[in-house]
Design a protein. Structure first.
Length: 108
């Protein structure tokens, strides 16, 4: 697993933890496939991707791209997104690119 893959996984886990109340209905539903356990896992993993694999090529220098589609919380909830940043390894943080897309960057 390369560093961008690890940060993407860390970001997905932090989002599920910080926004657990938002996903409570999805957390209780089976995803219907063998890759993701719940619908919440499926939704987060499909909207939070390694920047190298991002079809939109929003920010190749980022580690992770976050799409705020469907049930994914809006970037306007800045306090909670700050909590996600706080859960990431040192020097990584979430920053909005536009209202629909955010990225995880490394300060180094």
């Amino acid at each position: 697993m390369n560093n961008k893959d690890k940060i993407t996984c860390d970001t997905q886990s932090a989002i599920l933890a910080v926004f657990a109340k938002d996903f409570k209905d999805l957390l209780g539903q089976d995803s219907g496939n063998h890759i993701y356990t719940t619908k919440a896992d499926n939704m987060v993993c499909n909207n939070v991707v390694n920047a190298e694999d991002d079809p939109g090529e929003w920010s190749p220098e980022a580690s992770t791209i976050i799409y705020h589609h469907g049930s994914m919380p809006s970037i306007e909830r800045i306090e909670q997104w700050s909590e996600v940043s706080d859960m990431l390894p040192d020097f990584f943080y979430v920053e909005a690119i536009n209202p629909e897309v955010s990225a995880v960057y490394n300060l180094r």
